[in-house]
Design a protein around this ligand. Structure first.
Ligand SMILES: NC(=O)c1ccc[n+]([C@@H]2O[C@H](COP(=O)([O-])OP(=O)(O)OC[C@H]3O[C@@H](n4cnc5c(N)ncnc54)[C@H](O)[C@@H]3O)[C@@H](O)[C@H]2O)c1
Ligand SMILES: [Zn+2]
Ligand SMILES: [Zn+2]
Length: 375
């Protein structure tokens, strides 16, 4: 038995994503089928689509999704109808990182193989010679959320409290957990610190919201697109800078606003030039937290002597050091309590067929967070 679903498939990197009808396997022991109600468009999807990272194809796109449990395999405790957000990093549970409470650093996750735990590929193209004969289609990060429904390991489906908009829950699946976690967990920003955020997409604005939760005294938001600065102010930035074409001007403005440089600066774009700007802006003892992901192979440079002499730090942050089973519910509750205005990031809802249009808009820096509603 299998279900037929529409899904956004990348057949070869650099080519447009196409919407196809695929067969989806039924959930087996330890697996659940989730009806996807919302899937955010994250810049990581665009890196994959444009071939900036090395990912296998054909693959169902998407890794920032939420929905409801529609069917469960044997041995699964989740109930049908339970709202869930999907985690794009499913910890193996047994490696050294998992055993030392660092699930975000798990090197053995099935998410990296884009398959279910036993290696099974959940989607299949139709084949005229029989229902099981078509080509397999991988699921990005083992969850492939740009589809009407997905079958995932139960550990990837994290319960979300009732009353949370599925689009908000979807963002908790990637950009919110990444940005808020970078501030609260990776950097552990202390109350009263000064913070700068470079790049104000879903990830950077989540860093801004995280800085508010941390009690930062000054939160400087930087982007080249002026419209993003208004959203940053709406979610708690105290100051904004329109990024100048010359980094020196941006640097001077940032130093002016932060008494010589921010205690913490979050780079949320993934460009060597802005990584270098972040590091150069640091005062004595300051920390640059790198959250944006560059194309593979990109390098950045900095002057070593003042970096060491000034006890400055560079931290990398993957998935906001997430423990999804704990953090998703915490971020959802903060949202319900009015302390994490995730809904303000969502400014466009589209269908699956408009994904390529959404990628074009993202390349141009238009919209804050676009959300695909597949149904
Ligand atoms: N570390 C992680 O675990 C993790 C998780 C998710 C996403 N990411 C990465 O974070 C980055 C941001 O993702 P997003 O979805 O928020 O992206 P986005 O495209 O929505 O936002 C990027 C922002 O940067 C701005 N920008 C681009 N170039 C600029 C420049 N030169 N100067 C100033 N502003 C500039 C754009 O206007 C836009 O507002 C991506 O590289 C993505 O792959 C990392
Ligand atoms: Zn993402
Ligand atoms: Zn592990």
């Amino acid at each position: 038995m299998s279900t037929i679903v529409r899904a956004a498939v990348l057949s070869a990197v650099g080519e447009p994503v196409r919407i196809e009808s695929l067969g989806l396997i039924d959930p087996r022991p330890g697996e659940v089928r989730v009806r996807i109600l919302a899937s955010g468009v994250c810049h990581s999807d665009l890196h994959v689509r444009d071939g900036e990272w090395d990912r296998p194809t054909p693959i169902v796109m998407g890794h920032e999704g939420a929905g409801v449990v529609e069917a469960v395999g044997p041995g699964v405790e989740l109930q049908v109808g339970q709202p869930v957000a999907l985690s794009w990093l499913i910890p193996c549970g047994t490696c050294r990182a998992c055993r030392s409470d660092r699930p975000w650093a798990c090197p053995a996750s099935p998410s990296f193989r884009h398959r279910l735990l036993d290696g099974t590929i959940p989607f299949r193209r139709a084949c005229p010679s029989g229902p099981d004969g078509g080509e397999s289609v991988l699921a990005y990060c083992a969850i492939g959320t740009m589809a009407e429904a997905v079958v995932v390991p139960a550990a990837a489906a994290i319960p979300i409290p009732d009353g949370v908009d599925p689009a908000v829950a979807a963002l908790i699946g990637c950009c919110v957990t990444t940005g808020v976690g970078a501030v609260l967990k990776t950097a552990n920003v202390e109350s009263g610190a000064s913070v700068a955020v470079i790049g104000l997409g879903g990830v950077g604005l989540s860093c801004v919201m995280g800085a508010v939760l941390a009690g930062a005294s000054r939160i400087v938001a930087i982007d080249r697109a002026a419209a993003k600065l208004d959203t940053a102010t709406a979610v708690g930035a105290t100051d904004v800078i329109v990024a100048a074409p010359h980094a020196g001007e941006t640097l001077a403005a940032l130093r002016d606003l932060t008494d010589g440089g921010p205690d913490y600066v979050f780079e949320a774009i993934g460009l060597p030039a802005t990584v270098e700007l972040a590091i150069e802006s640091l005062p004595l003892g300051g920390a640059a937290v790198l959250v944006g992901m560059t194309p593979l192979g990109a390098r950045a440079a900095f002057e070593v002597y003042p970096f060491v002499d000034g006890s400055r730090r560079i931290l990398g942050s993957n998935y906001g050091f997430a423990d999804p089973g704990v953090d998703f519910a915490r971020y959802a509750q903060l949202h319900l309590d009015g302390r994490l205005p995730i809904d303000r990031l969502i400014d466009r809802r589209i269908g699956l067929d408009d994904l390529e249009v959404a990628f074009d808009a993202m390349r141009d820096g238009r919209y804050t967070r676009q959300v695909v509603v597949p149904g």
